[in-house]
Write a protein that binds this ligand. Sequence first.
Ligand SMILES: Cc1cc2nc3c(=O)[nH]c(=O)nc-3n(C[C@H](O)[C@H](O)[C@H](O)COP(=O)(O)OP(=O)(O)OC[C@H]3O[C@@H](n4cnc5c(N)ncnc54)[C@H](O)[C@@H]3O)c2cc1C
Length: 421
Amino acid sequence: MASTSPAADTVRLYGQRWSRDAYAIRDFLTRSVVHFTWTDIEDDESCMRVLGRSLAEAGLPIVDLPDGTRLIDPSIAEIAARLGWVARPKLAEYDLSVYGAGPAGLSAAVYAASEGLSVVLVEREAVGGQAGYSSLIENYLGFPTGVSGGDLAERARQQAVKFGAELLLMRGGIAGSFTDGRIHAQLDDGTTMVAKANICATGVEWRRLGIDREEELLGVGVYYGAGTSEAPDCAGDTVYVVGGGNSAGQAVMNLAAYAEHVTMLVRGPDLASTLSDYLEQRVRRAPNIDIRLDTRVSRLDGDTALAGLELEDARTGRREEVAADRLFVCIGGSPDTAWAEPTDIVCDERGYMVTGPDIDAAALSKVWPLERPPFFLETSVPGAFAAGDVRHGSVKRVASAVGEGAMAVTFAHRYLAETFG
Ligand SMILES: Cc1cc2nc3c(=O)[nH]c(=O)nc-3n(C[C@H](O)[C@H](O)[C@H](O)COP(=O)(O)OP(=O)(O)OC[C@H]3O[C@@H](n4cnc5c(N)ncnc54)[C@H](O)[C@@H]3O)c2cc1C
């Protein structure tokens, strides 16, 4: 979490407000629950004052680590490595590999490790997945006043590591093959990982708006997700949030605590069908929040950073230009399961992995080698399970993802017993 009062073990980040690289670092540190201070270097003068160098010489962003190391314009992978989070797999073969350290993957790792399986959890970004973007999860059992997604994930990470799960961060699975009764995963750093069973818990990726200049303005006024790392920096800003679901509702409430004004842009004609009642009531009551239904963003304006939007009324087609400092896009996601295409894993037309009784019988008969049908969370490849948002038909909730992660481990036990004794 960003703060202004440094402690001895605090990471210090220096950069310019509209720097895309500085944003990526803030986002990563916030989601990873690393305490850090953020210093906005406005101009040459403040750069000389704070860092003793001109802007041209400084090489921003700069990260000062608690051990005194200074990293100049580092990549996220370099920061993670310097914080001691990137390790190589310790075993040649695991009982269980889990892809994705969101709620489902973390839960699978906790239960598998606590039940004595050797388990490795592979995550390509920060621990926590989508939940890490949530400023306050209020519907998770046992937290009556809510819990931030980052805190929940960090607690789960500690629990998994305590039980002996191995965590490999900053590594993405890019290909998988099923040979010798084992699952061989190829990771993006060239490592191959072998396991007797696997749980895919890779969730979903943010959906894009699909309009011009979206990539160019990403991190400099345009953001995907709830803006947990950016909210404290929005003082005095005019903010827009696209989306009508609970993640957008949370984002709106969180941003409105700092921004001058927040507008929620909803494509459909009402909120009730997409937003939980408790959130809708709060959004409607807040004095600095407006809701615009039937509205979509049709253009992004600004030279080096976002400065305005063109909004289109879906009913009339009327277009209007508005000034905007920030735009947060919270329109859900789609699964990134292209790696499964060359395998026998059946996915639905949107890429979600189909499991158990949901697998089409004709498709299953072509690839399924066993007498028994697939277990409830088992894909069309024996020993390969899917849990959480990546699964066809899943309920998109933290509690369900956690439940499925734990349940998938039970089925993995059954598979390991029947296959390896
Ligand atoms: C802003 C926001 C607020 C929300 N608020 C709530 C709430 O209040 N209550 C609630 O119940 N739900 C909430 N949700 C929904 C909830 O967070 C998700 O349903 C839940 O996180 C799904 O968990 P998951 O583990 O299945 O997937 P994810 O959380 O999506 O995690 C998947 C993980 O897999 C990793 N990954 C993906 N591909 C690879 C790969 N190839 N290799 C390695 N790693 C990979 C990703 O980086 C990610 O960390 C919210 C979601 C958002 C975005």
